[in-house]
Design a protein around this ligand. Structure first.
Ligand code: MRU
Length: 339
């Protein structure tokens, strides 16, 4: 089954599907410098934890190619400056920081190499991160699909943890593709995922394109769906998982985990190893990105909240580990604590 590609490396630029325009328009951007990549990540033209890690890695490579310095120390200092700008774009998804650190480690260990050699090593590592993510997604899909042994599987998901959010076939949505490949009938409910509608705009588009039956609901309808429809499990992705298993994911994930407990439905988090942050002990230590109030006050260009109203717009929440049935990872089905 073909899945959509969120981004592709073209050596002098990255071809990036502009997710802010979906589903109305399928526009591919040509990103050829680090500042444009930082801007694209910030405004969610590329989004989803693994995808922004890959995008940032390529962004750093593009930035590195433009550093005029001819000696190692100046080059490395400039590289770190660009890295900081990319990392600052989105603080919650740890994959971004993880991918950038991979490249910085290569540069730091290359004191005796020429700038040309360092540039090719950085480009090679960014490409590996991208290729590896495809494999990780596939593994997650296989482990996840093994959890379901009936012929009909009904799932509920939140936000978009699919091909659009990764370099491969997704994390949470990967098991849907695998179940379908195994000949199972999969039906997916997706909630719209206010404020930026990643469920309605992206998951609905991606799964429809792949021929997977999908039903769109508003966020406030999940309880009724769990009460009235036979849902086998809720599956979501993650932006950062702390050592104790507390998980940051798109705002509204915590609500679904509470509902899953009420209705005694398994609640699974799917993520690759690059989303696990073993330097962060628990969820309260994960930085939560707060975004512009316009995202809540308006839909598209139409404002419907009164001017001057106070608005709170956290982009992510933390689901406590005790509400998570299991983690579906590239290394199998895991339970915390992780070490
Ligand atoms: O703000 P977004 O769209 O980047 O948020 C994305 C999510 O919360 C995803 O669920 C998460 O990154 C996992 S993607 C495989």
């Amino acid at each position: 089954m073909e899945y959509v590609k969120s981004l592709q490396w073209r050596r002098t630029y990255v071809e990036l599907l502009d997710q802010t325009l979906l589903p109305e328009k399928e526009v591919y951007l040509k990103i050829d410098d680090a500042a444009s990549m930082a801007g694209a990540i910030k405004r969610l033209a590329v989004r989803g934890a693994p995808a922004i890690g890959i995008a940032a890695a390529y962004g750093l490579v593009l930035g590195a190619k433009n550093i005029p310095a001819k000696n190692f120390n100046t080059f490395n200092r400039e590289l770190k400056k660009i890295a900081r700008q990319l990392i600052a774009t989105r603080p919650t998804a740890v994959n971004l920081n993880w991918a950038i650190q991979q490249l910085l480690n290569i540069a730091n260990g290359s004191k005796n190499k020429s700038i040309e050699q360092i540039l090719s090593a950085l480009e090679a590592r960014a490409g590996q991160i991208h290729q590896e993510d495809k494999i990780l997604c596939k593994k997650i899909g296989n482990f996840g699909a093994n959890l379901f042994n009936t012929n009909n599987v009904n799932l509920l998901t939140h936000c978009n943890a699919g091909a659009l959010a990764t370099g491969g076939q997704g994390t949470a949505l990967s098991m849907i593709y695998e179940l379908s490949r195994r000949g199972k009938t999969v039906h997916v409910f997706t909630d719209e995922t206010r404020p930026l509608l990643q469920g309605a705009r992206l998951t609905a588009w991606e799964l429809q394109k792949a021929g997977i039956p999908i039903t769109l609901i508003c966020d406030n309808m999940a309880a009724v769906v769990l009460q009235k429809k036979k849902i086998d499990a809720i599956i979501v992705g993650a932006d950062r998982i702390a050592t104790n298993g507390d998980t940051a994911n798109k705002i509204g994930t915590f609500n679904l985990a509470l509902l899953a407990k009420t209705f005694n439905i398994p609640f699974y988090v799917a993520a690759p190893y690059s989303t696990f942050d073993l330097t962060t002990k628990s969820g309260d230590l994960i930085p939560i990105e707060e975004r512009n109030s316009d995202e809540i006050a308006q839909i598209g260009n139409r404002r419907f909240a009164p001017e001057g109203i106070d608005i709170y717009n956290p982009a992510f929440d933390i689901t406590p580990n005790k509400l998570i049935t299991a983690f579906i990872t590239d290394r199998g089905i895991l339970k915390p604590p992780f070490s």
